[in-house]
Design a binder for this molecule. Structure first.
Ligand SMILES: [Zn+2]
Length: 236
């Protein structure tokens, strides 16, 4: 069994429930690799082999060792024995996504990819930390700093979710990047690169964890139509 563990939902973030609801310590008991964001959507988190990095809105990358930091949303797993070797010529983000989704028949499954190599250009966005009362994720998305690097070697990692789960998590590929020197990271908007190598893994199980002790989450009302429009605007 290969399980993807997700804490929080995209719908809750869209509704402005941005407070951290799970500790990093607890999250790491469910996976050693993954991505997410901290309390108040404070930056973009990359978890690689149990090491936690946060790109903050100034563009700096912090190595996070405090187990008590809280996350409102995260996806993690323990890389297992079912990984398939991947080599792709990734001329663009769209080309990589299409190649992986088609070749590995991902349309109706959850999957993970991690590939490394030389990138000609990488463009990321980094969510800036919000304070109470929280805006919706759509409002946050309108004011997110963007950073770019050229000629950078690093790793892309993230998850694929089928369309039908698109209000629980981000449908399609959700990819974060971190450079080999750990100086540049973020939520990937675009890239161009050459040959990338790494692993892909397909999950047969999804463990969706909910922040049941969070009153904002418990009392939140979801309007499905405006939620979908908002997700399209914020993530699309
Ligand atoms: Zn992200």
């Amino acid at each position: 069994m290969t399980t993807l563990y997700e804490h929080g939902t995209l719908a809750a973030l869209m509704a402005g429930n941005l407070a951290g609801t799970l500790s990093l310590k607890e999250l790491l008991t469910h996976g050693s690799t993954g991505l997410g964001t901290f309390d108040g959507v404070d930056g973009e988190v990359v978890i690689l082999d149990g090491e936690v990095y946060q790109a903050d809105a100034t563009g700096r990358v912090n190595h996070v060792t405090d187990p008590n930091v809280m996350l409102p949303f995260a996806s993690v797993h323990f890389p297992g024995n079912d990984q398939q070797a991947v080599t792709v010529t990734a001329t663009s983000k769209a080309a990589l996504q299409t190649a992986l989704t088609t070749k590995y028949q991902l349309a109706n499954v959850f999957a993970y990819v991690r590939v490394s190599g030389e990138f000609d250009h990488v463009k990321v966005r980094i969510a800036p930390k919000q304070t109470q009362p929280y805006p919706s994720l759509l409002e946050v998305a309108k004011h997110q700093p963007v950073f770019e690097q050229t000629h950078v070697s690093g790793t892309l990692l993230g998850y694929y979710a089928p369309d039908i789960f698109g209000t629980v998590t981000a449908a399609g590929w959700h990819l974060h990047f971190i450079s080999d020197d750990r100086q540049f990271a973020g939520h990937v908007l675009e890239f161009t690169g050459g040959e990338l190598t790494g692993e892909l893994e397909i999950f047969d199980s999804l463990e969706q964890h909910l922040p049941i002790h969070d009153q904002a989450f418990r009392q939140g009302k979801v309007d499905l139509d405006s939620l979908k429009a908002g997700i399209y605007a914020a993530e699309g």
